[in-house]
Design a binder for this molecule. Structure first.
Ligand code: GDP
Length: 282
């Protein structure tokens, strides 16, 4: 799903999220592990304010492991709670409950001291389009759905998905807009499919992909397109021409670009991270 965001949409999205925040104990902020900064909503802190938050670096199966570790530490050092996640994977998703309990440890102790009966943690999922919100909810729902229906203090129609006995999630995620201002952020979001391709030229995206892979993942690029070390020293447009030739696309660079982008998204070039920890933390 791709949404064109206009100021009206942003205001509405923000209002909807604020409404729902009242019903939950914790927010799960889904971000793309390949883009730990670019896939965050620029106004999230203002929107979520001091509601407890667990950052989920989703699609970590597609991201560069060493970069993900650096980013996890980065968020931890900022005092945030964070988990690297693969929304499709059982074992990965199961870590969410203990991690949430850790975030809410003080509240859980307080409730206990007050003699309140322990109850399931209530959560909502938040994130930009295409980050894996529905995948996570469907996955949780697929395990054990019990629509618990309306409850006191919950607006009519608000449905909860139950995951075991310890976690309940609002069935509709909060969809927020990504950052737009910075052109390199736009390229990263388009390359991973978070925003529409047609906002940018395909060949610009493919050249950007080649630049990143020549620099950070040369072996993966060489292996996929049967390139030599010398090939990687070419100017990027030349390299695109060479790959096009090798794939039998001749001078149809548009088609070659499309193929490069598709294969990257399908994970055929292996794991990668576009937001480089070292570039943001010099
Ligand atoms: P939403 O717009 O945030 O609800 O995103 P979706 O749940 O529709 O996911 C967008 C795409 O990402 C889909 O093709 C999913 O299959 C894929 N996806 C979601 N989570 C993961 C993940 O952890 N790993 C991988 N490899 N793909 C994922």
């Amino acid at each position: 799903m791709t949404i064109q965001w206009f100021p009206g949409h942003m205001a509405k999205a923000r209002r909807e999220v604020s409404e729902k925040l009242k019903f939950v104990d914790i927010v799960f902020e889904l971000i793309d592990a390949r883009l730990p900064l670019s896939s965050r909503n620029p106004m999230l802190d203002q929107i979520v304010q001091n509601k407890p938050r667990l950052i989920l670096l989703n699609k970590s199966d597609l991201a560069d492991l060493s970069q993900t570790n650096l980013w996890v530490n980065y968020f931890r050092e900022q005092g945030q709670h964070v988990l690297a996640l693969t929304a499709k994977d059982d074992k990965s998703v199961k870590q969410i409950v203990p991690a949430s309990k850790k975030v809410l440890a003080d509240k859980i102790t307080r409730d206990k001291e007050r003699g309140l009966k322990p109850r399931a943690i209530r959560a909502m999922v938040l994130g930009i389009p295409n980050v894996g919100k529905s995948t996570l909810l469907n996955h949780l729902a697929g395990k054990k759905v019990a629509s618990t229906g309306n409850r006191p203090g919950v607006t009519k129609g608000q449905q909860w998905l139950r995951f075991g006995s310890q976690l309940e999630l609002l069935d509709t995620p909060g969809i927020l807009w990504p950052k737009f201002e910075d052109p390199s952020v736009g390229k990263k979001l388009a390359l991973t499919g978070a925003i529409k391709d047609d906002l940018l030229h395909l060949d610009d995206l493919a050249l950007y992909e080649l630049e990143i892979f020549c620099r950070f993942y040369p072996e993966q690029l060489k292996e996929r397109y049967k390139l030599t070390q010398d090939d990687l020293f070419m100017e990027l447009p030349e390299l695109l021409m060479l790959i096009s030739e090798k794939r039998g696309f001749k001078e149809d660079y548009e088609r070659a670009s499309e193929m490069l982008i598709l294969e990257l998204r399908q994970g055929r070039l292996g794991r990668f991270t576009l937001d480089r920890f070292e570039e943001h933390n010099d």
